[in-house]
Design a protein around this ligand. Structure first.
Ligand SMILES: [Cu+2]
Length: 174
């Protein structure tokens, strides 16, 4: 479905580009005074710049003020389960792999060798959370499972010949 949509969008854009090209070719013979055109479009450029500044400034203010997005706010006596995750060619070492539904978890992720990608997937292969697993550095991901089941950790960064078998498993129960 996306393939068909992409094809139609590309086709429309191609026709648009051809249209612009033909317009330019057909109008090159006509001579016009340069100064009024320049004035008009310089004014347009100024308005465009100010409008962009206001729009982007507003959007940035409201979206960036919540950073970092994944850091949840826990209640006073609610502490996350801390899980140490070590990526290594070609597997995952987790200090704990069995969790309960609703239990807040903090994954502290690092790598023993090269860069890997920590990708947490549910049973329908939907990506739930992800970050880089880097040597000599710890990245933190917070996640709370809301359904029991078997979850997978897949490597999301090509890290060598057996990258595709780099799969970890997590079990979540009620
Ligand atoms: Cu890897």
């Amino acid at each position: 479905m996306y393939q068909t949509l992409a094809w139609y969008v590309s086709l429309i854009l191609m026709i648009f580009i051809v249209g612009v090209f033909l317009f330019v070719v057909l109008n090159t013979a006509r001579r016009k005074d340069y100064e009024p055109i320049q004035k008009k479009w310089y004014r347009f450029r100024n308005i465009y710049f100010v409008a962009l500044l206001i729009i982007m400034g507003t959007v940035s203010y409201f979206t960036l003020s919540d950073l970092p997005f994944e850091r949840p706010v826990y209640g006073a006596d609610e502490n996350p389960v801390i899980v140490d995750v070590k990526a290594i060619q070609f597997g995952w070492n987790l200090s704990q792999t069995e969790f309960k539904v609703g239990e807040p978890i903090e994954f502290d992720i690092t790598s023993e060798d090269v860069n890997h990608g920590f990708g947490l997937y549910d049973e329908s292969m939907t990506l739930l959370a992800q970050t880089q697993a880097m040597p000599n550095y710890t990245n933190t991901v917070f996640y709370t499972f809301d359904k029991p089941g078997t979850y997978q950790i897949l490597c999301m960064e090509y890290c060598g010949l057996a990258h595709h078998i780099m799969i970890g498993e997590i079990t979540v129960t009620e």
